[in-house]
Design a protein around this ligand. Structure first.
Ligand SMILES: Nc1nc2c(c(=O)[nH]1)N[C@H]1C(S)=C(S)[C@@H](COP(=O)(O)OP(=O)(O)OC[C@H]3O[C@@H](n4cnc5c(=O)[nH]c(N)nc54)[C@H](O)[C@@H]3O)O[C@H]1N2
Ligand SMILES: Nc1nc2c(c(=O)[nH]1)N[C@H]1C(S)=C(S)[C@@H](COP(=O)(O)OP(=O)(O)OC[C@H]3O[C@@H](n4cnc5c(=O)[nH]c(N)nc54)[C@H](O)[C@@H]3O)O[C@H]1N2
Ligand SMILES: [Mo]
Length: 770
């Protein structure tokens, strides 16, 4: 029995955490990590330079780097990611020699991570079932030969959102010169719903706000984004907004501590006095998938109040001029909102009419509103509808394209948005093909490529034979992880460009390679000197980043050098394609990016270190709607929730969560401080009344079983979980990602973008016999 289960059995108490986010807790957090991660000397210096002009851009999330930065422009979790990358521990050829791959499959994610930084290229040797040391030349030549023998369309080049713009641009170019658009990315599991859904309604595939808007907003409406853990630097502008009187309203099934209260760890006064800033004025714990109804309720209130104002000849509540000039779909939508009664809205959202009226009142009392969202909206079967509903709410009062207002999807990996900007996309329609033709003298492939779930399905069907992975850990990140593992080891070729060992390395294809790369904080020395890279943040700001640390091993190569090395070994010579010269000077690659995307990257090299980054611009921010109709679209929903299944007795909606001690599939430790869950990740969080009704007890060991209607649904099962009473709405339960991924069907995703619906998985719960 774990300590966690014992505590539950002894006291029957609900885990919780009452201290504010930030504060001494975050300082202790950093101190504890520093001890466990065993960092190199001088890591404090790297942290001080993090996210500042001329410094290193954090490898953790994509939160913007403000022009007026703080003395310490990093957060607990950014520090964690940085310190962890700069560990002294090394995963060496000797380590691989003494552990077979089969043996390592019994290690968990945390223990694999703890082996430290990879140091040399490694080749899988099936005879000994181990990875063995290889030279770079051998690796490039062997991989190039394999790829030359394969049909390009049967290969996939995946990118996790880490690599900088320069390496990413070359990776996309490499794929197209070779002959495919199979360039799926981590956003296929994340904000692809935004890329597709937001684009459809406002013509922009990324958020519309800029830093100044944060300082001018009168209210922030948060839907399913957890800044305390996933973008902690966001808490600073939020706390400042609160101090000037702005309101924050949150919709989330779980009370996330970062959205409850915050003590600025950089303020000596706040730290000494413990003076915390209350973040959310109102916190509504709706059921998972209930946002469509909740937002409809808010809109219904806005419409009602506008009707009242019209009757009494008062000031209109809806911005009718904006609606007439800039939108389509208004009449149909308001007719639908009027016709839907509050009872239906209450049932589908799990919130009361009076709660929604109260939130609606804050919305209409605020002149400038920012709508913030994250995975709580995107990872649903109708995730694009969630986003369209949030856009409806904003459009009713002209809250897009005006100062202090807009739509703010908070992106994940530090350069996930930027990789899409420079051509990591499976859609040829998003690629500047004419320029590629002109600049490099070839005919770019026009066939649409795979998104990541399709790529793995194609691998299962034997159509995909090779996967090159620029960062990432797909065997853990994807749904149906057990089937993905099998498909991975059936491939002809697996190439993983990585910093650390992870589970995906343990399912080697017939020819399998681990190519270790530099981290962003490390010196990237090439023939013309030390190189900078650049990344794009959630607000479309581009920032240069320079590494200053001595590399973890002198046998590492930069991501760009690895991409160029692979490309050179795969492709025939082309006088216009100069892998060697580009590797020697990344400035040349930035020139190519500027030539391909002149509007976005004007004077790229000159502006690389502009404080706060240079802004790529955004059409919707200027109220230019690059949609089919040329207008912003107000969407009438076809249903009141975002799931593809109905609720029924014994079926629960499972939400998969990140703890405060992980970065995606990288598990740093077992402390989810903000949720009061310590020492284990094998838990199910459940409402006490639901536990009682199911005839279970807190502390019971249970299993979750998929309850979707597919023929093999019932085969997906995860046992050994401690049943944990928690403050969560009835019918919604929660567990951790990536452990719960075995429960999700590979095609259980957003209908438009195919983003896995990781926030609404239909499951049953059973006592675990084991
Ligand atoms: N420290 C750290 N930072 C990270 C990451 C990390 O793993 N660790 N990951 C990075 C990446 S790649 C990403 S994409 C982002 C992810 O950051 P977020 O977008 O914050 O993602 P999650 O934590 O998965 O989920 C967000 C919230 O959605 C809520 N939620 C679940 N279902 C619903 C629903 O139906 N409606 C509503 N309104 N809310 C719901 C959950 O309770 C949770 O609080 O963070 C990035 N930053
Ligand atoms: N159930 C469920 N599943 C989810 C989610 C969820 O909320 N619930 N979230 C989804 C989301 S939002 C995302 S983005 C995906 C994440 O999916 P991925 O991006 O595939 O996974 P990561 O865990 O970010 O990748 C970690 C690995 O990247 C490598 N790495 C780290 N830094 C670098 C670097 O600088 N360069 C290179 N080349 N490699 C590096 C390390 O080897 C590390 O082991 O998971 C998705 N899966
Ligand atoms: Mo993500």
């Amino acid at each position: 029995m774990t300590e966690h289960a014992k505590k539950l059995a002894d006291r029957g108490a609900k885990p919780r955490y009452d201290a504010p986010a930030g504060g001494w807790g975050s300082m202790r957090g950093i101190a504890e990590i520093t001890e466990e991660a065993n960092p190199e000397f001088g890591v404090a210096d790297t942290l001080r330079r993090l996210n500042k002009p001329g410094g290193t851009m954090c490898v953790s999330c994509a939160w913007p780097k403000p022009e007026n930065y703080h003395a310490f422009e990093f957060c607990e979790n950014g520090a964690k990611a940085t310190i962890w990358e700069l560990t002294k521990d090394r995963c060496t050829p000797e380590f691989f020699e003494s552990h077979t791959v089969t043996e390592l499959r019994d290690w968990n994610d945390h223990d694999l991570e703890m082996t430290g930084r990879l140091t040399e290229p490694m080749r899988y040797d099936a005879g000994s079932d181990t990875y063995v040391r290889a030279s770079w030349d051998e690796a490039f030549a062997a991989i190039g030969d394999r790829l030359k023998a394969l049909d390009p369309k049967s290969t996939v080049f995946y990118a996790s959102g880490h690599a900088g713009l320069e390496a990413s641009f070359l990776y996309g170019l490499y794929a197209r010169l070779y002959g495919h658009n199979n360039l799926p990315q981590s956003s296929n599991m994340c904000h692809e719903t935004t890329s597709v859904g937001l684009k459809e309604v406002i013509g922009s595939s990324v958020g519309t706000i800029i830093w100044d808007d944060l300082e001018k907003a009168d209210a922030f409406f948060f839907f399913g984004q957890n800044p305390g853990t996933n973008a902690p630097r966001f808490l600073h502008p939020l706390a400042e907004a609160k101090k000037r009187g702005a309101k924050i309203v949150t919709f989330n099934p779980i009370r996330e501590q970062g959205l409850v209260s915050f003590v600025n760890p950089q303020s000596p006064v706040e730290m000494a006095t413990g003076a915390e800033t209350k973040i959310s004025d109102r916190y509504y714990q709706l059921k998972s998938g209930g946002d469509v109804a909740a937002i409809l309720g808010l809109c219904k209130y806005v419409i009602e109040k506008d009707d009242e104002a019209r009757r009494s000849h008062g000031t209109a509540i809806i911005d009718h001029e904006f609606i007439a000039q800039h939108t389509t779909g208004f009449d149909e939508f308001i007719a639908f909102a009027r016709a839907t009664d509050w009872e239906e809205i209450e049932k589908a959202s799990g919130l009361s009419e009076s709660d929604l009226r109260e939130a609606g009142h804050i919305y209409i009392s605020s002149e400038r509103v920012i709508g913030v969202y994250g995975m709580g909206l995107t990872q649903h079967s109708h995730g694009a509808l969630n986003i369209a509903m949030l856009v409806n709410l904003l459009l009713l009062r002209g809250n897009i394209g005006k100062d202090g207002a807009g739509c703010c999807p908070v992106r994940g990996h530090s350069n996930v948005q930027g990789q899409r900007t420079v051509g990591i996309t499976e859609k040829p329609s998003l690629v500047p093909n004419d320029r590629l033709r002109e600049l490099f003298g070839f005919e770019p492939p026009m066939e649409e490529g795979y998104v990541i779930t399709e790529a793995l399905q194609a691998a299962m069907d034997g159509k995909v034979k090779a996967i090159v992975s620029l960062g990432g850990n797909l065997c853990r990140a994807l749904p149906e992880s057990d089937r993905v593992e099998q498909a991975w080891s059936d491939l002809d070729l697996t190439v993983m460009i990585s910093t650390k060992l992870n589970r995906s390395h343990l399912f080697p294809g017939k020819s399998a390679w681990i190519l270790p790369c530099l981290g962003r904080a490390e010196i990237d020395r090439q023939a013309t000197g030390n190189q900078a890279v650049s990344v794009e943040d959630s607000f479309s700001g581009i920032n240069g980043s320079i590494g200053k640390r001595t590399p973890a091993s002198d046998r590492l190569k930069s991501e760009l050098a690895i991409v160029a090395g692979l490309a050179k070994a795969t492709l025939p010579d082309n006088p216009k394609v100069k892998w060697g010269e580009w590797t020697a000077d990344y400035g040349r690659v930035r020139d190519l990016i500027e030539a391909c995307y002149p509007d976005d990257f004007q004077d790229y090299n000159k502006r690389l270190f502009q404080p706060g980054g240079f802004w790529r611009g955004n059409s919707a921010h200027e109220r230019i709607w690059e949609t089919e109709s040329g207008k912003a679209v107000i969407t009438t929903p076809g249903q009141l929730h975002s799931r593809n299944f109905e609720e029924k007795d014994g079926r629960y909606i499972l939400v998969t969560l990140r703890s405060n001690d992980q970065f995606n599939t990288t598990i740093y430790g077992y402390s989810d401080r903000f949720r009061g869950i310590e020492g284990t990740r094998d838990v199910v969080l459940m409402n006490e009344a639901d536990i009682a009704e199911a005839g279970l007890e807190p502390g019971d060991t249970v299993a979750l079983v998929s309850d979707d209607d597919t023929p093999d649904g019932g085969n997906r099962r995860l046992g050994g979980l401690t049943l944990t009473p928690y403050d969560i709405p009835r019918g919604t339960i929660a567990g951790y990602y990536p452990e719960c991924n075995v429960l999700i069907a590979l095609d259980h995703g957003d209908e438009k973008s195919k983003t896995p619906a990781s926030k609404s998985i239909p499951v049953r719960i059973e006592r675990d016999g084991a």
